[in-house]
Design a protein around this ligand. Structure first.
Ligand code: NAP
Length: 291
């Protein structure tokens, strides 16, 4: 029997124990963890992973990219892909800072209640790693997304990044993305059917008065698990909780789904040797699960 080996590459000094635990729970038989990884380290490690097993065995080896710095994680992800030699390759999953699996869980939750295509959505705290991915996935699903930041120019930068991702990659983006400042939050929430709050831990972003005034709002999701809640009036354990007429999800409510998606994405890596799993692919895996 060829053991299922996951190579965990992490840009932080200590590879994430959280990611290691999930890998083991997903059935990985041998976990090889590397911390403090920079782009220059990647090629040698990837070649070590793919030249040790014959072509028919390569689906038993896979790579996971983590670390708290998502921009660096994206560079490592690119470097991994550039290190492959034709069909000599292994499958790879990017989930730096848990951003892809968390954003996929939030967008999946929203899609259970609202048809995202053509819907207005807002991501508050949309400049962080999780918010950027959530905005990108909502737009990918066809929503018209407003990215809200305390600094409108940072929100504009995120929108530009998403548009160029859609333009340059094979990622299809159907919806529009537009920036907004926090000072316009009331107007943004008033028009939105979906609001995802992806602000920093412990930061209150949306008051109950703001979301209660919205006639359009159907789904409200808060990803912050550290009190006070990012959205006033949402409980951490909310999971499809109706706060009439709005369906609410709190951080722990979304977190359970995130864990299932994370494990499923790791398991998927070992089905073939050519999977490249970024946010859109992780969402697609999430959509295929019976959650
Ligand atoms: N439920 C789960 O499974 C799960 C998993 C991972 C992460 N999370 C949570 O998801 C949230 C987003 O994660 P992240 O890593 O993307 O967050 P982050 O980078 O720490 O913060 C996101 C954004 O929040 C805004 N912000 C920062 N400090 C603020 C303050 N004092 N007041 C108001 N806004 C502030 C900033 O946006 P601007 O400066 O542009 O306004 C920042 O870009 C966090 O609460 C995190 O704990 C949940």
């Amino acid at each position: 029997m060829t053991a299922r080996v996951l190579v965990q590459l992490d840009s932080d000094p200590h590879p994430s124990l959280f990611d290691s635990m999930v890998a083991i729970d997903a059935g990985v038989e041998r976990l090889l963890t590397y911390g403090g990884i920079a782009a220059a380290d990647v090629r040698g490690l990837v070649h070590g992973a793919m030249f040790t097993r014959g072509p028919e065995q390569l689906h038993h080896t896979a790579i996971f990219i983590g670390g708290s710095d998502v921009a660096l994680g994206e560079r490592l992800f690119d470097e991994v892909r550039q290190s492959f030699l034709g069909t000599m390759r292994v499958s790879v999953l990017l989930d730096a800072n848990g951003a892809n699996t968390t954003a996929a869980a939030a967008v999946l939750a929203a899609s259970r209640h609202v048809r995202l295509e053509g819907a207005r959505a807002a991501v508050v705290g949309g400049t962080g790693p999780v918010g950027r991915r959530a905005a990108r996935l909502l737009a990918h699903q066809g929503a018209d997304v407003t990215v809200v930041s305390r600094q409108a120019d940072r929100a504009a930068e995120v929108c530009g990044e998403i548009r160029s991702k859609f333009a340059s990659d094979s990622v299809a983006g159907e919806g529009d993305v537009r920036p907004s400042a926090m000072s316009d939050l009331d107007a943004v929430v008033r028009d939105a059917r979906v609001v995802i709050a992806a602000g920093a831990a412990g930061a209150r972003l949306v008051s109950e008065a703001t979301w209660r005034r919205s006639p359009a709002l159907r789904v409200l999701i808060d990803l912050n698990a550290v009190p006070p809640a990012g959205v006033e009036g949402i409980e951490r354990l909310d999971r499809g909780t109706l706060r009439d007429p709005v369906v609410c999800y709190g951080a722990i409510g979304v977190g359970g789904t995130k864990m299932k998606i994370h494990r499923a994405a790791v398991r998927r890596l070992f089905e073939r040797n050519d999977l490249v799993l970024d946010a859109e692919e992780v969402l697609s895996i999430a959509q295929s699960l019976d959650l």
